[in-house]
Design a protein around this ligand. Structure first.
Ligand SMILES: Nc1nc2c(ncn2[C@@H]2O[C@H](COP(=O)(O)OP(=O)(O)OP(=O)(O)O)[C@@H](O)[C@H]2O)c(=O)[nH]1
Ligand SMILES: [Mg+2]
Length: 334
């Protein structure tokens, strides 16, 4: 659509989606806020961007608080930038209502890249993401992919369900551990070991890294893996920029493996299936909620519904709701 000024000048201004697709940082930041707030426009924006996503290497970086994830990302950013890659980083902190702490910490750790327009860094907390943090984060990943970043990195703290969901949107998942004991078992219990493609022993300058490597290898033997990829274990000292090239090479090797084996396409298809499923669940929930409320409000409930049996009640309501479509179907066949 043409604005009044554009009509006068004859030059059409690019809209938000077009500016995002050109990788304009201010447009990207504005679009992310729109997604976080789940404003109604976010759906049409995502529909415009989705067809352009799919080229970025999406990397999930997880690990316990203080493992050195942000310091590691800062080091990896240097290595990627030297190789001429554009990188976007999303630091997610589901536990903090305002993501203030994470925002401050991550900005400080990654400030080496502040003035670089080939790097985009953004923090996300639970604030504003009404549809759930993992949904908003998933959309932001796709948006940054469409904005032509070569690597989209998602850093999450901890090992909850939201983090697992977020990690599942990544092509390559890296688990960051450090010599202090305990966190390998925790990751194993939370199911992160099964989805991690690369293991990083950070703070390798501290004592205890051999013991950690031993524990990790033992648990890796116990972990059931669906793919033939054998996850490598790297050692890094992020504060000294040691081991970064090995990690970026290892991540690239995993990406090459996914691409050459056709697994990247399969993963993306599975992710898409889940995303479509979520959107449908949202729609169905919006549709059925008033029906359920109405059923409980009115005396339309028959005697069987008065019995305390949520399974039976749900089935009856669902059948009654479906009935309207059956009638239409029969009419169509007449
Ligand atoms: N000795 C040593 N310290 C490190 C190393 N990497 C990071 N640190 C320190 O560990 C602390 C935590 O680092 P961060 O990078 O903030 O860790 P994080 O995992 O991002 O932390 P959260 O985002 O709060 O979970 C900081 O004080 C870093 O300086 C390392 O390789 N060796
Ligand atoms: Mg951090």
């Amino acid at each position: 659509m043409y604005g009044r000024d554009e009509k006068k000048s004859g030059v059409r201004q690019m809209d938000l989606a077009e500016r995002v697709l050109c990788g304009e940082q201010r447009a990207v930041a504005k679009a992310i806020s729109l997604l976080e707030d789940r404003k109604p426009e976010h759906r049409s924006l995502m529909s415009r961007l989705y067809p352009h996503a799919g080229n970025a290497h999406v990397i999930g970086i997880t690990g316990s608080p203080g493992a050195g994830k942000s310091s590691l990302v800062n080091g990896l950013l240097k290595a990627w930038r030297q190789a001429g890659k554009k990188v976007a980083v999303i630091a997610v902190d589901p536990t903090s209502p305002f993501s203030g702490g994470a925002l401050l910490g991550d900005r400080v750790r990654m400030r080496d890249h502040e003035a670089d327009d080939g790097v985009f860094i953004r923090s996300m907390g639970t604030r504003g993401s009404l549809g759930g943090l993992s949904e908003a984060c998933q959309d932001v990943v796709r948006l940054l992919d469409a904005a032509r970043y070569d690597h989209v990195v998602v850093e999450t703290v901890g090992v909850g369900q939201a983090e697992l969901d977020i990690m599942k949107t990544a092509d390559t998942v890296a688990l960051v551990l450090y010599p202090s004991g305990g966190d390998v078992i925790q990751a194993f219990k939370a199911g992160i070991m099964e989805i991690a493609d690369v293991f990083i022993i950070n703070k390798a300058d501290l004592p205890g890294k051999e013991q950690l490597r031993g524990e990790l290898e033992d648990l890796l033997h116990l972990t059931e893996r669906k793919e033939e990829w054998i996850p490598p274990i790297f050692e890094t000292v992020s504060t000294e920029n040691t081991g970064m090239r090995q990690v970026t090479a290892g991540m690239k090797a995993h990406h090459d493996y996914l691409a050459s084996s056709g697994k990247k396409a399969v993963r993306r298809l599975r992710q898409k299936e889940q995303e479509v499923m979520k959107r449908l669940q949202e729609q169905f929930s919006a549709e059925i909620t008033p029906v359920v409320k109405q059923a409980f409000l009115t005396s339309k409930l028959d005697d069987s519904l008065r019995v305390w049996d949520p399974y039976g009640q749900a089935e009856t309501i669902f059948k009654q709701w479906k009935q309207q479509f059956h009638i239409n179907e029969e009419e169509k066949h007449e």
